[in-house]
Design a protein around this ligand. Structure first.
Ligand SMILES: NC(=O)c1ccc[n+]([C@@H]2O[C@H](COP(=O)([O-])OP(=O)(O)OC[C@H]3O[C@@H](n4cnc5c(N)ncnc54)[C@H](O)[C@@H]3O)[C@@H](O)[C@H]2O)c1
Length: 467
């Protein structure tokens, strides 16, 4: 049953998850842990950059984070970002100039996925710590270049994997770590995006593989990172299928963009961006500078990513994973099950008929991206040991900000960077690489019709145990 809890109860229950100290944070020796205000620049002043890595940091960490520069290719969005974030630092169209003039400790990268590598590599080479949004990058060549840059640098590279920090996956990690089901042998993992959130990827640059690497990389990097972290082993080989059957040229009609479309009344996906002030300010008012259309038609023929995806992943420790991603489900949620030598764990979130949910599917995506955690929930993880009755473990968490993960990720990075984490949640370059390499291997497998070995893609050798 999904219940709302008050904030005090939430803090009380989640406290158990963040106590303890086993694994070292990759930030332990970085500039972030030296106790001074962090001179920070941000490149990519879009929705994620200006909110979670912008305004939220300004509001929540005024004594720790100091923005000294913002960079974007869109001058209108840059100006809006400064105002929205409430900062007065200079803005730049040129990244190198920004680094030379502002001499930051930390570069935050929140640009379009296919450009992350440029700023990660230049940031590291110019002596900064770098914090990048997922995915690390979009293909294996850029990934190798990032690995090389990180090795020649004395600075740190952090990948902002927020789902690891959500209390619900953390509970699963705790159970697996404790050996509750023995050695994990196989996993079923299925993720369903609804017709609001799933469709949103097809409206803009995410719909082009050259910009987002397909949802195998852009979206599934979250899921593959969760798998790698939960299983504590590296992926070894991937076989996949994928197709585009719903969006793109499959649509019954198409228009220029929702605003001016002549099929507004017939199209179930019609979205009135003019009712969304933030999207108007960020995108529509600044279209004149770069032609970035936020309410593009999701049936436009140039869409070249998959909308249904399925993969089998073999891990180095011989765990087999069955994974799927669907982008036009009537509901948004996920299911995961771990089979082990001593039993099984079943977990799921947001499956409406299993939780008697009463939230609308359109509101769900808003909550996911929001940082205001008023509503608190309780959901079960099921542990079923062989020859015994099943046990139900209830986990309390917030549904806002990626299952409450966003907030805990911030706290770890900016308040307690040196603190060791019992669940090994801080993520570095190897984690970022291994999660995208599964998606890149899946793409290659679809193109070739053959399984693809992770070791063929970069010089990283899959390990039986991750660390
Ligand atoms: N972890 C999460 O849950 C999560 C959620 C949302 C987005 N993200 C990630 O955040 C990043 C940004 O996503 P978004 O939704 O804010 O996208 P967005 O399109 O709103 O913003 C991207 C910004 O980057 C700018 N940009 C593009 N190319 C650039 C370049 N070469 N130099 C400088 N600026 C450039 C664009 O003008 C735009 O302002 C993506 O990598 C995405 O994967 C992560």
């Amino acid at each position: 049953m999904s219940n709302s809890l008050n904030r005090r109860a939430f803090l009380g229950t989640t406290g158990a998850f963040v106590a303890g100290s086993l694994m070292a944070s990759p930030l332990a020796s970085s500039a972030l842990s030296k106790g001074k205000k962090i001179r920070t620049v941000l490149v990519g002043t879009g929705v994620r950059g200006t909110s979670f890595w912008g305004k939220t940091l300004v509001q929540d960490f005024p004594d720790i984070v100091e923005f000294v520069g913002l960079c974007d290719i869109n001058p209108g969005r840059l100006e809006y970002a400064r105002e929205y974030m409430g900062v007065s630092c200079p803005t730049f169209g040129n990244f190198e100039k920004m680094i030379l003039e502002t001499k930051p400790d930390l570069v935050i990268v929140t640009t379009m996925d296919s450009t992350h590598h440029e700023f990660i590599i230049q940031g590291l080479d110019m002596g900064c710590d770098v914090l990048t949004e997922k995915p690390l990058t979009t293909d294996e060549h850029k990934c190798q270049a990032i690995l090389d840059a990180e090795r020649r640098s004395n600075n740190k590279l952090i990948v902002g994997f927020n789902y690891r920090w959500s209390p619900y996956p953390t509970k699963i990690k705790e159970m697996l770590q404790s050996g509750a089901i023995g050695k994990v042998t196989s996993v079923d993992f299925h993720w369903y995006l609804n017709t609001y959130h799933g469709a949103s990827y097809f409206r803009r640059w995410h719909g082009l593989r050259q910009s987002g690497g397909t949802l195998w990389v852009h979206k599934a990097t979250h899921h593959f990172d969760l798998l790698n972290w939960l299983l504590d082993s590296d992926p070894e080989e991937v076989f996949a299928y994928g197709d585009l059957e719903h969006y793109g040229s499959n649509g019954p009609f198409r228009g220029d963009k929702c605003r001016s479309c002549s099929f507004k009344s017939e199209c179930k996906f019609y979205w009135d961006i003019t009712q969304d002030k933030r999207s108007m300010d960020l995108y529509v008012k600044n279209e004149q500078y770069d032609g970035y259309i936020r309410d593009n038609c999701l049936f436009r023929p140039e869409i070249n990513i998959y909308d249904k995806m399925s993969a089998q992943i073999k891990y180095r420790d011989n765990t087999y994973v069955n994974y799927s991603l669907t982008t036009y489900s009537p509901y948004e949620g996920w299911k995961i099950a771990f089979n082990g030598t001593k039993g099984r764990i079943d977990a799921w979130l947001d499956i409406p008929f299993m939780n008697s949910e009463n939230i609308s599917q359109s509101d769900k995506h808003e909550l996911e991206m929001s940082q205001e955690d008023e509503m608190l929930h309780r959901d079960p993880v099921i542990l079923h040991k062989l020859w015994e009755d099943y046990q139900v473990y209830n986990v309390d968490y917030s549904k806002t900000g990626h299952g409450g993960g966003d907030k805990l990720l911030h706290q770890q990075i900016f308040e307690t960077p040196g603190k060791k984490d019992p669940y090994d949640r801080p993520a570095g370059v190897r984690d970022g690489a291994m999660s995208i390499l599964i998606g890149i291997a899946a793409r290659k497998s679809i193109e070739s019709g053959h399984p693809v070995r992770i070791a063929e893609l970069t010089d990283l050798e899959p390990r039986e145990r991750r660390i």
